[in-house]
Design a protein around this ligand. Structure first.
Ligand code: AMP
Ligand code: ZN
Length: 468
């Protein structure tokens, strides 16, 4: 298996630290809002990487954090007049709902930054004791970037060059020794959550969180560290500086980064009005379609989101689902019996398509080509499986398509989808029942909709509904 490693800028053969095992850390979202479709890309991509490792027989320890203490979370908590934990808990729960709908499996562990403060203080102290960090008068602790000779190795930047092209980012009164020194611990501000520490009451910087959570759940050395490409610098560069200085070992062997998702060829941005949450998309599409869309491009290629491309993804996925459903139907009709000679030949063809799929995935997880191999399987089965086929033939075809789709996290069973029009019809019936004072019927309709995940809200402007 080959993986493109951002550290060496090369595709490298994957050699695990421990035979048969993969230790993998993926930087998770900051939970102050519903996740957007850009955040969904690393979730879907690295969930697929995990599934493929498992398909190949590896036991994967997959850790992905939630950043649950952050300026944006605190700002929202102040706006709503609630505790920061109310905000983070709310959006963790919402994020998990979206993950489930995208068929992203829960991580082995989803650590929360606020539960790991002790480990962070320990690592910061170690960095201070070894000269890699220093405390200034207000109790802020900075990492001394110049003390780590390999700083820049991941982003292929050099501190001197960086500084030459950089206007000073020091502000007056700042006691930072160097522009690129970064915060490990910072003093609390009024109204903010804080923890006691030897340096001041305060909270950790963002980068130290991931170094500590990776160490706690995976050890000093891990196989794969992953996230979106915006995290290469400074986040992952800083994680390397912290972890390698504190642990004295190479932190991660392979660094994987997904490219960005744009909308209509523009950067996604709230102010420009081209911004979608995963929840927005779920109103129009089954999130399996979003997953299929994400995997139809290689994870290191920029991906453009548009209405047309989503329609194309919907049709593509439907072709696979229809093909699989047809095989299921046939399986209920065909006779038991041995494989015919011709069928044996076609199963050889099937095998070669599996090999094609694996070759694509072995080549730095080329999901686009893997999907193309699945399409060829569907075409082969559509053209050759009939009511005259043997049971073994039909079932072998079906099992292979299901298995390879499952590795991509794609569900091949047709879902009973309640369309917007059906929902509105039921709501109209419920309104009529209420007018007729048939409240039992009205309640029954409401319950039926709730069972299918449709929530109703009676407002002054009429009945509003949403998918849960
Ligand atoms: P954040 O909550 O901003 O820390 O982001 C969580 C994850 O989503 C990180 O791995 C980011 O790199 C990734 N991410 C954010 N925006 C995008 C985007 N537009 N396309 C792809 N990945 C993204
Ligand atoms: Zn991180």
């Amino acid at each position: 298996m080959k993986i493109y490693n951002t550290l060496t800028k090369k595709k490298e053969e994957f050699i695990p630290l421990e035979e048969g095992k993969v230790r993998m850390y993926v930087c998770g979202p900051t939970v102050y809002n519903l996740i957007h479709i850009g955040n969904a890309r690393p979730m879907i991509v690295f969930d697929t990487v995990r599934r493929y490792f498992e398909y190949k027989g590896y036991a994967v320890n997959y850790v992905s954090n939630f950043t649950d203490v952050d300026d944006k979370i605190i700002k929202k908590a102040i706006e709503e007049g609630v505790d920061a934990s109310v905000i983070s808990q709310r959006y963790i729960a919402e994020c998990k709902k979206d993950m489930e709908a995208m068929n992203v499996r829960p991580a082995t562990t989803h650590p929360l930054a606020t539960q790991e403060i002790c480990g962070m203080e320990e690592m910061i102290q170690k960095l201070i004791d070894t000269g890699h960090a220093y405390v200034v008068s207000d109790g802020t602790v900075y990492y001394r970037t110049r003390s780590f000779k390999d700083y820049g190795k991941l982003s292929h930047k050099n501190l001197d060059e960086l500084q030459a092209g950089h206007r000073s980012i020091k502000v007056t009164g700042d006691e930072k020794e160097d522009d690129y020194d970064f915060v490990l611990w910072k003093p609390k501000k009024e109204g903010e959550p804080y923890w006691e520490s030897p340096w001041c009451d305060g909270r950790p910087g963002w980068h130290i969180e991931c170094s500590v959570m990776a160490k706690r759940y995976l050890g000093d050395q891990i196989d794969i560290h992953a996230g979106g490409e915006d995290l290469i610098f400074p986040h992952h560069e800083n994680e390397i500086a912290q972890s390698e200085a504190a642990n004295g070992k190479e932190f991660a062997r392979y660094w994987m980064h997904n490219a960005f998702l744009n909308i209509d060829n523009k950067k996604m941005s709230k102010s420009a009005g081209n911004f979608f949450t995963v929840r927005d998309i779920s109103e129009k599409y089954d999130l399996q379609v979003l997953r299929f869309f994400m995997l139809s491009a290689h994870y290191r290629s920029p991906l453009n989101f548009s209405a047309e491309l989503m329609e194309a993804a919907k049709n593509g996925l439907a072709r696979i689902v229809t093909g699989a459903e047809r095989l299921r139907e046939l399986a209920g009709k065909v006779q038991d019996g041995a494989l015919a000679g011709e069928e044996k030949e076609r199963l050889e063809e099937l095998k070669s398509l599996t090999a094609k799929y694996e070759a694509a995935m072995d080549d730095d997880f080329n999901t686009a080509d893997a999907i193309a191999a699945v399409f060829e399987m569907v075409r082969l089965s559509n053209a050759t499986a009939t009511e005259q086929s043997s049971r073994t033939y039909v079932e072998t075809m079906l099992a292979e398509i299901e298995k390879l789709c499952d590795v991509l996290g794609l569900i091949t069973e047709k879902k009973e989808e309640l369309l917007d029009a059906d929902i509105e019809e039921m709501i109209a019936k419920r309104q009529q029942a209420r007018k007729d004072k048939n409240f039992a019927l009205a309640d029954q309709i409401r319950a039926e909709l709730a069972e299918k995940g449709i929530l109703l809200e009676d407002t002054r402007e009429g009945v509003k509904w949403k998918r849960a």
